[in-house]
Design a protein around this ligand. Structure first.
Ligand SMILES: Nc1ncnc2c1ncn2[C@@H]1O[C@H](COP(=O)(O)OP(=O)(O)OP(=O)(O)O)[C@@H](O)[C@H]1O
Ligand SMILES: [Mg+2]
Length: 372
């Protein structure tokens, strides 16, 4: 169908750590940290030349909010749900303005968790959840936006790989910073609670990148007594340092790598040249997600009819930046085989940071005029 030339399409994946944007014929792909700081204090506003800071600037400005009433600061998502609408609104406005088009059609991908709450509410005769309602409200208030749709992140990934056109049925895992969502996709974009699983522990804690960082931080700190006793050397280790280690070296048991040494050279400390061996800590923290993930995948695979099982087993895909952990797919396949789900080959999508936003973008471009 011929489209109005002036309309620009935007795919936006609202992630816990980053908002991913795809526009301009799919050529522009950008990530904005999902962090916002709002100053509500006139002196702060004056001193910093503004009141809203999104992304990296938002992170940098957070330290200026020292007292209640100064303003607010934080990530916009928490555990797959939108935490603070005011922060989300500023982040969305910022992202939409980045595109620089006068007329825009927008598809926003949100966590399956949030989508599921919304549909359950609708099925029960209620309106959209507050969060989704507010999201749509916020977006429709942006004068540049001509039309908008909200879909789940995993379904937008399914769109990017061609479910159901090229692939009839798939299991997709979106492994991010805040949560790891798994869903069976048929291409209908409808979220049935039975078709999706969150990877969580028995206390309901979401197991994803941030959780591994916390675990790794604890495991490294556990090494302190050993280094104190042997080398008379003490240290501090932060979650940010854990995240950097995971991103640079993260791997799971089953692939052997080179030694991983953490050096404190950048720290202003007496021990700045000291080095600690963090190989086992990195391996153990990253491996901890394998079994819970296989448990949830087994449970999800069990919901598919036996005749469709072979199709599903050869169409399992991981995306999200955490999917880049070395050895993850092989380790999960092994765990699945132990649980009786055999002949599985999990593929990591080529562009794991943007698969959700690319799918949202494609969906926007292909959406028939009367379906907006
Ligand atoms: N090379 C890497 N290897 C392993 N993990 C990585 C790598 N690069 C980034 N990560 C981790 O991936 C996580 C972020 O993934 P992603 O950007 O897909 O999440 P998100 O979309 O912001 O969050 P969510 O999908 O949970 O809402 C973080 O924990 C980050 O540290
Ligand atoms: Mg994500």
């Amino acid at each position: 169908m011929a489209k109005d030339r002036e309309i620009q399409y935007l795919g936006l994946d609202l992630g816990t750590t980053g908002i991913k944007l795809v526009y301009n014929g799919g050529k522009a792909q950008e990530t904005i940290p999902s962090y916002v700081t709002i100053f509500k204090d006139s002196l702060l506003r004056l001193k910093h030349g503004g009141d809203v800071f999104v992304g990296q600037l938002g992170i940098e400005k957070q330290r200026y909010i020292r007292a209640d009433g100064h303003g607010k600061t934080g990530y916009i998502l928490n555990g797959g749900r939108i935490g603070d609408m005011e922060l989300a609104k500023e982040a969305l406005k910022y992202a939409i303005n980045k595109v620089g088009a006068d007329k825009m059609r927008l598809v926003v991908a949100i966590p399956v968790e949030e989508m599921c709450f919304q549909q359950k509410n609708q099925a029960a005769g209620a309106e959209n959840t507050e969060a989704v309602k507010s999201l749509q409200q916020i977006i429709s208030e942006c004068e540049k936006v001509d039309a908008c749709k909200v879909i789940s992140q995993v379904d937008s990934v399914a769109e990017s790989i061609g479910v159901p056109g090229k692939i009839p049925l798939a299991m997709i895992g979106d492994l991010g910073g805040g949560n790891s969502e798994l869903k069976i996709c048929f291409g209908d974009m409808y979220v049935e609670e039975a078709d999706y699983r969150q990877v969580n522990d028995k206390n309901g804690k979401y197991l994803a990148g941030n959780w591994i960082d916390e675990l790794l931080c604890g495991l490294v700190m556990d090494l302190r007594p050993q280094y104190k006793a042997k080398k008379n050397f003490d240290f501090e280790f932060s979650k940010e340092e854990a995240q950097a280690l995971k991103e640079a070296y993260g791997f799971v048991d089953g692939v052997e790598g080179d030694p991983i040494l953490h050096n404190f050279q950048k720290k202003d400390t007496l021990y700045r040249d000291q080095t600690i061996d963090v190989y086992d800590a990195v391996k153990n923290a990253c491996t901890a997600i394998v079994e819970p993930m296989a448990d949830k995948m087994q449970s999800l695979a069990g919901t598919v009819e036996a005749k469709d099982q072979p199709i599903l087993n050869s169409n399992m895909y991981f995306t999200g930046r955490l999917a880049q952990l070395k050895g993850l797919t092989g380790a999960v396949e092994k765990e699945l085989a132990k649980r009786g789900v055999r002949n599985v080959k999990i593929q990591v999508l080529q562009n794991p940071n943007y698969a959700g936003a690319v799918g949202a973008y494609q969906f926007a471009c292909e959406c028939p005029e009367d379906k907006w």
